[in-house]
Design a protein around this ligand. Structure first.
Ligand SMILES: CC(C)(COP(=O)(O)OP(=O)(O)OC[C@H]1O[C@@H](n2cnc3c(N)ncnc32)[C@H](O)[C@@H]1OP(=O)(O)O)[C@@H](O)C(=O)NCCC(=O)NCCS
Length: 129
């Protein structure tokens, strides 16, 4: 939370010049979900989708899909061609993995076993734009 708040503040202050880009899904003033993404250093056209979160009571209603669509369009408009998404292998992240596995055009590109901790793998998904 602290990291996200810090990066958010930088984005609000610097706008497009910020390394991290944020989007929010809103209903009026209420934030229902957010996404944070940015260009990967030392690559040509590769971007990271760092974080995405939808309010617990709003999950499963298509907001995650909308955020993905927006990020894809935004990255593509900036010349991006490859979007990377990392997530964890813990049991509690199974619904998150299912979300990415079911998302059209999103592929499980790599899995590094025991990355975060023994028994907690890193999953890398990609979307080609
Ligand atoms: C992962 C997350 C962002 C998905 O957002 P969401 O708004 O709940 O997802 P959507 O409603 O857009 O779902 C899109 C598709 O994924 C599928 N899906 C979503 N949650 C799922 C679940 N728990 N199990 C299986 N499938 C799921 C839906 O069936 C839907 O497919 P459909 O359109 O064919 O029905 C959201 O659940 C979340 O914030 N999770 C907790 C935080 C997190 O894990 N963030 C990602 C960190 S990398």
């Amino acid at each position: 939370m602290d990291t996200i708040r810090e990066l958010w503040t930088e984005f609000v202050n610097k706008g497009e010049a910020s390394w991290y880009h944020f989007i929010a899904a809103r209903r009026g003033d209420e934030i229902l979900g957010f996404g944070c993404y940015g260009q990967r250093a030392l690559t040509e056209g590769t971007w990271d989708f760092y974080w995405m979160g939808v309010a617990q009571n709003m999950q499963g209603k298509g907001i995650g899909k909308l955020l993905m669509e927006f990020v894809k369009a935004s990255v593509k408009a900036r010349g991006g061609r490859l979007l990377l998404i990392e997530t964890a292998g813990k049991e509690e992240f199974e619904p998150t993995r299912q979300f990415y596995l079911r998302y059209p055009g999103c592929e499980l590109e790599a899995r590094i076993r025991d990355f975060y901790a023994v028994g907690d793998d890193l999953y890398v998904f990609t979307v080609r734009l």
